[in-house]
Design a protein around this ligand. Structure first.
Ligand SMILES: Nc1ncnc2c1ncn2[C@@H]1O[C@H](COP(=O)(O)OP(=O)(O)OP(=O)(O)O)[C@@H](O)[C@H]1O
Length: 228
């Protein structure tokens, strides 16, 4: 059983077939890049994996079970979705602490995840003064609170400066090397090419390519070839 299994998954919104009979797996110890043009169905697929959208047909499971059936999902799957909102009046520390308490996690986790994303120095600043990149780091820290074995990320490089992108690459690589699973949707092909183990490309909700990037090939070339 792979960490994330998508099997004949479909989702229609009225006449729009956002996801259309999609199947793929994202296994442990690897970074899987989830790619496709605007409107291809990536976010809808990620939201079905995370139990936020109900599939029309098919299944999406994490660790063998649908997300909604997981006992303590925060300890199994961490997610960073687009446009993550934080209460602007809270500090980063207070935001994380509230979630930690609600989830019954160990008190040491807050300092640990702040350190993991390099936000320790800003822990007691209010989030309304945070840059986009700092918000992305805080969203990642939130996803890491439960020490999950699976990370699902939608455009995590959004707002990161070049140093931040390099940091994120190193972080995700190390995370996968621990035997954990990373599924990341992105349009920044030059970034993901450097760390990806497996590539999934979809368009109009359908699978176009699944597999490792062939040796010596360029991800942008492959992407444009299969989506063109
Ligand atoms: N709640 C919704 N109601 C109606 N249509 C929707 C809804 N969510 C998504 N769609 C439609 O489903 C299709 C897939 O959208 P989705 O956001 O999954 O694509 P995406 O690959 O994530 O795109 P992008 O790269 O632009 O973020 C689009 O045509 C979109 O308009």
């Amino acid at each position: 059983m792979s960490a994330i299994d998508v099997v004949h998954l479909s989702k229609s919104f009225g006449d729009v077939h956002a996801v259309d009979d999609l199947s793929f797996t994202a296994g442990p110890g690897a970074i899987t890049a989830f790619l496709g043009p605007n409107g291809a169905g990536k976010t809808t697929t990620l939201r079905m994996i995370l139990g936020l959208v109900t599939p029309t047909t098919g299944t999406a499971t994490v660790g063998g079970a649908p997300y909604r059936d997981l006992d303590r999902p925060i300890t199994m799957v961490g997610a960073v979705l687009e446009a993550t909102a934080f209460h602007p009046g809270l500090t980063a520390h207070a935001h994380l602490e509230a979630i930690r308490v609600a989830a019954g996690l160990d008190p040491s986790r807050v300092a640990h995840v702040l350190d993991q994303v390099d936000l320790t120095g800003a822990a007691h600043r209010k989030v309304h003064g945070f840059s986009l990149g700092m918000r992305q780091r805080l969203a990642l820290a939130t996803a890491l609170l439960g020490d999950p074995g699976i990370l699902v990320l939608d455009e995590p490089a959004n707002g990161l400066d070049p140093a931040g992108m390099r940091w994120l690459r190193g972080f995700l690589r190390a995370y996968a090397h621990q035997g954990r699973t990373v599924l990341v949707s992105t349009h920044v092909l030059s970034e993901i090419q450097q760390i990806t183990d497996q590539v999934i490309i979809i368009s109009a909700g359908r699978l176009l390519f699944a597999g490792p990037l062939p040796a010596g090939s360029d991800l942008e070339e492959l992407y444009l070839e299969v989506t063109g």
